[in-house]
Design a protein around this ligand. Sequence first.
Ligand SMILES: Nc1ncnc2c1ncn2[C@@H]1O[C@H](COP(=O)(O)OP(=O)(O)OP(=O)(O)O)[C@@H](O)[C@H]1O
Ligand SMILES: [Mg+2]
Length: 385
Amino acid sequence: MNDASSALYLGLISGTSADSIDAALIRFGGGAPQLLGTHACPWSSDLRDRMLALAQGEGVLDLDAFGRLDVEIGHCFADAALQLLEQCQIAPREVRAIGSHGQTLRHRPAGEYPFTLQLGDPSVIAERCRIEVVADFRRADIAAGGQGAPLLPILHAMLLGRPGVSRVVLNLGGIANITVLDGDGNVLGFDTGPANGLLDAWCQRHRGEPFDRDGLFAASGRVDQPLLDAMLADPYFSLPPPKSTGREYFHLAWLAAHAQLGSISAADVQATLLELTVRSIAAAIVQQAPFAEEVLACGGGVHNGALMRRLGDVLAPRAVLSTSHYGVDPDFLEATAFAWLARQRLLGLPGNLPAVTGARGPRVLGAIYSAPATESPERMVSGAS
Ligand SMILES: Nc1ncnc2c1ncn2[C@@H]1O[C@H](COP(=O)(O)OP(=O)(O)OP(=O)(O)O)[C@@H](O)[C@H]1O
Ligand SMILES: [Mg+2]
């Protein structure tokens, strides 16, 4: 087995959009992490629908259904990892560990008993892949008074930080989050609000399609200013960082609470949701990163041409580019981050940035789930005697 610092790691995540389980195989060593292979494993539409309904607070689960769902999701994560290993022709024993984020079903970092809940039984993944698994990355930060999110900024700083260059890394997932890199080594980061989550949900309801390809549905409508103003007045947008949010807050019922939706055409609502994404991101960048020269976008939203063009217009003269411009695959940065966090865990090093999450201090994140022994139990007994 390789030592923990220089080795292969496999990162797994399904984000708030629940569009796919993203898997990345990374070699860590002396220089920059090397991305050896990637795989996006789609969810079945039945399981995706069930997860999204629960994540949006629709329906209830009894404890039996909850336990079964955790294991079912764990099997899907194991499938994604095994498919990637097969694709890369890599044997499980060559991989030091899997870092598995799981699927978030609830994120409530505020309140008397703050919590965050990711499903996808790590023991199932370890058993089926025969690889050690690190999982449950967010709760130690929340226990330390932090948001448990975002966890990506530390990797953004490593991969895209440059001395003397002020930049923003913008993750356009279900929720949008920004990382501010000031060029002096200081890092700030937080969730700005919705990105694809609301766009997907509205498109699914009115078009029967899981997402608005290239933003064409949004581009066919016009922004409804009263609706936009009402949504932008939501207190989340003016909360100071640290802050994080999820689908349990920004969902279709949240949208419905802001307008008489029947009086606005579906295309105009889609256009307004896209504008909400752009305006809330731009306001956060202007306020927190006034000197940023570039905004480097990652996450599935980089493939939404209408969204990227509008971000470019509103954020001008800053350049809005995909992270691919600097050789960083925008679709697998998160999976890479969880591979890296698994390595941090095995090295006993912190994975959070207290300046980002608001935690009381740096924390080693994640719990370790052992791989099954490679030797048979009989062999181990006779070998010990
Ligand atoms: N061609 C495209 N046109 C428009 N939107 C796209 C396209 N490709 C992907 N997307 C959007 O990207 C989303 C997936 O992005 P991503 O995987 O980064 O989000 P996520 O899984 O929610 O991650 P996060 O953990 O950052 O929230 C899809 O749900 C869709 O909305
Ligand atoms: Mg995704």
